[in-house]
Design a protein around this ligand. Structure first.
Ligand code: HDD
Length: 712
């Protein structure tokens, strides 16, 4: 006995350890139907990776009660060894993401334009996995970073996996994949200091952008509200590049892919985004998880813009240039099916982290074009999966494996899980039916486009116009959205320390829109505007507005899928609350209760109402609209609570609809908005008012208030 201490067995809490009682029972668990031994309390028995039952998982094996740990402790070594190796490299871009399962359902046969199996039979469902992401931030960064969102879709078709690895923006920063490492280095944290995290608001990014005029169209998009979406459910997705669809006769049609959200588009405002990041850095992933768990399945329609060589020849821009789009008013989007996400992952690592999207994953009937960005991506994705997932057999991981049969002679390698059987591991062979798989004429054929020309490192002349579509995007926005673009530019550039970089960006803005350049120059306090940047193509085309590019011009006029935060206190009017709940439910929206204490409140009729959030944990930025239902006493209490005052003041500043009862006035006064109440602040007297309130919320925001809340 070392130091005379008794060697009784205790767990980490110092309590006497219950010795595991093993019953003679067995339990069947999991889809695999494995049987497990059952411990006394009905749970399965803990085992090592080798299946050895573990009797003590609280203490390592020691020599004496206070002596050194024995190297012999195989359970300890296995456990620690495995823990030490839990992490894999995070994605070099799009590290932070969130995925879900679902399906794609086809509306109409597209056999006239493509032989792709997925597009043949109306009503057929194809399993899908989707991962949404931010680009620049690390895995642990916050969801509401101002950033492009990745929208990557894996479709497990009957003729192989097809990945559409897109974004929520239809254009890109650069035209040639060779610039991708520079773009990403510039956007991510600066290498010496390791910050800023998940932000482009720093010198390196804007320095690079200012020297790459081809990024200007994308700059307009990323400074718009597209980069602060309300949630993944409220944003569009785009395949970005021009692809080809090829039919059974070998005829090719060009295509651009779109995902249109059923709930319509919606974004938050910047000040809200900043605060959401503090209040709930997982805001977007929680939203997706909650919606699916509640059975309110997020849905998008797949849209196709189809066009032929002739159109491509005549179009103002090169369809191989990923910094350009084709306005929907020029080539309409044909909706051909829907994507529904109806199942959360069982395990984040196994599915969301290990899913490996590759632009090279296409199927018969679909083909690439010569877009130099796409061509480069086809190398990068396969390559990066090797690094991330540790070997060429990442396709054997269930989330990556096709759901159709697959057979080939690729073999061995680390962690090979699906191994060919039989003698033949090569072809041709003369083993007949025993000789394994063979090619089929129905297999993948590349579209036989004619290509020839000298080898050159050159940017085609047809890629040279960097400002016309940037301007088109800007003039297609509502004044509110234009104002947000200007404010975003001023914010980002205000974080740039080098005046020359700010000046260079303004010199590009002058080529896009003079008023915008003026406004930004003014916001930055520039004494004088610079000269417009010299353009590769000096004449900018004056393109028509494209209303499809605006979020607000395409408002859904519905509050479906949105969330109202209701502040209650003891004594809150139960009848009003019930009426509000009914109206919200009828709209297909959600209601969450916020109270001084998370336990809940006793309402006017004595009923106990449970709360979801405590007032300082559920700020109004987490809701699309708010309702203040405190009793007189409750309002007095809340008016002395700074987080309650912030709740109200922020809802007002973020232009939200506010429903309130008369007794809430002291709180509105303390939040300094009692004198500024406008038509989006709606007094609720009886049940009918609650319906009117929810109907008013369909506008989502009361933009007219903007001038009252922004003086600077
Ligand atoms: Fe990329 C990931 C989207 C250009 C190289 N990209 C990645 C993801 C999305 C996109 C959504 C995350 C996939 C996931 O959830 O796992 N990328 C795009 C779009 C682009 C684009 C829409 C332009 C139209 N990407 C692009 C270029 C290159 C890459 C030009 C390199 C030449 N992208 C990668 C990568 C990543 C990636 C390094 C990192 C993790 C991964 O691939 O799986 O290979």
């Amino acid at each position: 006995m070392e130091n005379g201490k008794a060697a009784s067995q205790h767990n980490s809490n110092g309590q006497k350890r219950q010795s595991a009682q093993f019953a003679d029972q067995q339990v069947t668990l999991g889809e695999g139907g494995e049987t497990h031994q059952v411990a006394g309390n009905g749970t399965p028995v803990l085992t090592t990776q080798q299946g050895v039952p573990v009797a003590d998982d609280q203490n390592s094996l020691k020599v004496g009660s206070r002596g050194p740990t024995a190297l012999e402790d195989f359970h300890f070594r296995e456990k620690i060894f495995h823990f030490d190796h839990e992490r894999i490299p995070e994605r070099v871009v799009h590290a932070r993401g969130y995925g879900a399962h679902g399906y794609f359902e086809l509306y109409e046969s597209l056999s006239d334009i493509t032989s792709a199996d997925i597009f043949q039979r109306p009503g057929e469902k194809t399993p899908a996995f989707v991962r949404f992401s931010t680009v620049a931030g690390n895995k642990g960064s916050a969801d509401l970073a101002r950033d492009v969102r990745g929208f990557a879709v894996k479709l497990y078709t009957k003729e192989g996996n097809w990945d559409i690895v897109g974004n929520n923006i239809p254009v890109f920063f650069i035209q040639d994949a060779i610039k991708f490492p520079d773009l990403i280095h510039a956007a991510k944290q600066e290498p010496d200091r390791g910050f800023p995290q998940a932000q482009t608001a720093h010198d390196n990014f804007w320095d690079f952008a200012s020297l790459m005029p081809e990024s200007m169209h994308m700059i307009m998009w990323i400074m718009s509200d597209r980069t602060i979406p309300r949630s993944f459910r409220f944003m569009e997705g785009f395949g970005v590049h021009t692809f080809r669809l090829v039919n059974a006769e070998g005829k090719s049609t060009f295509v651009k892919f779109h995902w249109k959200p059923k709930l319509g588009m919606q974004s938050v405002v910047w000040n809200e985004a900043l605060k959401i990041n503090g209040a709930d850095p997982d805001f977007h992933r929680r939203d997706l998880w909650d919606a699916i768990k509640m059975g309110d399945y997020p849905e998008w329609e797949l849209g196709l813009q189809l066009f032929d060589e002739d159109f491509a020849e005549k179009f103002d821009f090169d369809v191989l240039d990923a910094t350009k789009l084709i306005p929907e008013e020029v080539v309409p989007v044909r909706r051909v099916g829907r994507l529904v996400l109806d199942r959360c992952v069982d395990n984040f690592f196994a599915e969301t982290e290990q899913v490996a999207f590759c632009t090279q994953n296409i199927v018969p009937g679909i083909d690439f074009t010569n877009d130099p960005l796409l061509q480069g991506r086809n190398f990068s994705y396969l390559d990066t999966q090797l690094k991330r997932l540790g070997g060429p057999n990442f396709t054997h991981i269930p989330i990556n494996a096709p759901k159709c049969p697959f057979l080939n002679f690729q073999q061995d390698g680390h962690m090979a899980m699906t191994n060919p059987k039989g003698r033949a591991n090569y072809e041709p062979n003369s083993w007949g039916a025993q000789g394994g798989p063979r090619e089929s004429p129905k297999g993948y054929h590349s579209y036989p486009a004619e290509e020839s020309g000298p080898k050159l490192r050159i940017r085609p002349e047809s890629f040279a116009d960097h400002y016309s579509q940037a301007r088109q995007f800007y003039i297609s926005q509502t004044p509110v959205e234009q104002d947000h673009i200007a404010r975003a530019l001023i914010f980002e550039l205000s974080k740039v320390e080098t005046p020359a970089i700010r000046m260079r960006i303004v010199s590009h803005l002058l080529n896009i829109d003079e008023e915008l350049a003026q406004q930004v120059g003014d916001g930055l306090g520039l004494k004088q505007l610079p000269k417009p940047a010299e353009a590769a193509k000096p004449t900018r085309k004056d393109l028509k507005e494209s209303p499809a590019l605006s979020i607000l011009k395409n408002s859904p006029n519905s509050f479906k899928g949105r969330k109202i935060g209701v502040v209650l206190t003891d004594g809150s009017d139960m009848a009003l609350l019930q009426a509000l709940k009914k109206a919200v439910k009828e709209e297909g929206a959600l209601l969450e209760i916020i109270a001084p204490k998370v336990g809940g409140v006793t309402a006017s009729d004595g009923t106990w109402v449970e709360a979801k959030q405590k007032i300082n944990g559920g700020p109004s930025v987490l809701y699309d609209a708010v309702v203040l239902l405190p009793s007189k006493e409750g309002a007095k209490l809340l008016s002395m609570e700074s987080t309650a005052r912030d709740f109200v003041a922020d809802a007002f500043a973020h232009m939200k609809f506010i429903g309130y009862v008369e007794s809430a006035m002291p709180l509105l006064e303390k939040a300094c908005i009692a004198d500024s109440l406008d038509e989006a602040c709606i007094a609720l007297k009886d049940g009918a008012d609650t319906t009117k309130f929810v109907e008013a919320c369909r506008q989502v925001r009361f933009w007219e208030r903007a001038s009252k809340v922004h003086a600077v």
